[in-house]
Design a protein around this ligand. Structure first.
Ligand code: SF4
Ligand code: SF4
Length: 324
């Protein structure tokens, strides 16, 4: 793959401080992990909690993932230190905020410690269903349009990483959360080999290698950012995909193993041309009606749908919105 600078940019390319030093002091270290259902927020949280506990810290972890299957918000608080009294991180007290989705990251910024908090965010954009209610051609999606440059003003230290694209180039975009674990690991004192041991026990056996690669990629990206080797310019996010009436032919690629039968694509397809089949996997029932609007691709929380157009209205990367 091309170097990290091609797919990502740092909000501020300066060394991460050893945040775990706070945990060695009396107060706990607070890590907030946020994203949407299907992205692996809980796995990040569990791996961190497990590792901190294995190092003898008292660990408290709390999570909300009730809407996980439907692409809703998922967040997890992890606090560890010599003594931890409460499982939840108060507003303004997170030492590190790790976001697996761009708008979720922005939404949780008030929890970051002003003046010292570290913000690590995937630029992946998952547009929620309510942002797509206006189905008119050319309608703008109701979704955050802030750029990394604008976010920079609100954080002491921040990294906007195209983790999803980086993981995709490794062969499995579902490992994007592990790219972010790699980035997170550089802000903590735990040895890389201990992280790798933790990861190997939390991911499916057949995906261990790609996840280890993703972890190392996240670490090396941060190392490049620290050296100023990544693109530090504050390029805007790719344009949001909008509907268009331009002619094209459409092909849907549905990965059955990734479909969780959540029904979102079926319910939100403007043309009502999708359905769940007998195995409760999404399928294109009326291809002649499909306009290639890409809402199903944008809304699927499990990356199970790809829409291919012979004359793309928007480049494929815009659907991910991740290239900075
Ligand atoms: S393909 Fe449709 S039904 Fe399957 S997980 Fe994605 S949004 Fe849900
Ligand atoms: S791309 Fe086709 S199947 Fe997907 S939401 Fe649009 S019209 Fe429906």
């Amino acid at each position: 793959m091309s170097g990290p600078s091609a797919s990502s940019s740092s909000l501020e390319a300066k060394p991460l401080r050893p945040a775990a030093s706070a945990a060695k002091a009396r107060e706990p270290l607070n890590v907030l992990i946020v994203g949407v259902g299907g992205q692996g927020v809980i796995m990040v949280s569990k791996a961190l909690a497990w590792l901190a506990q294995s190092k003898g810290y008292e660990v408290k972890q709390s999570e909300v993932h009730g809407m996980a299957k439907r692409g809703g918000t998922v967040f997890s608080h992890v606090r560890f230190g010599p003594q931890v009294w409460s499982p939840t991180i108060p507003k303004g007290e997170a030492d590190i905020l790790v976001a697996l989705e761009w708008a979720e990251g922005l939404r949780w910024l008030p929890y970051l410690k002003p003046g010292s908090g570290i913000f690590i965010c995937d630029t992946k954009r998952i547009v929620p269903p309510f942002a797509c209610l206006n189905r008119q051609p050319g309608a703008r999606l109701r979704y955050s349009r802030e750029t990394p440059a604008e976010v920079k003003a609100h954080v002491a230290e921040g990294y906007a990483i195209d983790a999803t694209q980086m993981a995709a180039e490794l062969g499995n975009e579902r490992a994007a959360n592990v790219v972010l674990i790699g980035a997170l690991s550089t802000a903590l004192d735990f040895p890389a080999e201990d992280w790798e041991k933790a990861l190997s026990s939390f991911v499916p056996k057949k995906t261990i290698q790609v996840n280890l690669d993703a972890f190392r990629l996240g670490r090396s990206w941060i190392a490049d950012a620290r050296r100023g080797a990544t693109a530090a310019e504050q390029a805007p996010l790719a344009p949001m995909p909008e509907r268009s009436d331009a002619p094209y032919s459409v092909r849907l690629e549905i990965t059955p193993q990734w479909c969780k039968s959540c029904d979102i694509c079926v319910k939100l397809c403007p043309e009502r041309c999708l359905r769940l089949n007998a195995e409760r996997v999404a399928e294109l029932a009326q291809p002649e009606k499909c306009t290639g609007c890409r809402l199903c691709e944008l809304l699927c929380p499990d990356f199970a749908i790809r829409v291919h157009l012979d004359r793309p209205v928007v480049d494929a990367t815009a659907a991910q919105g991740a290239r900075l």
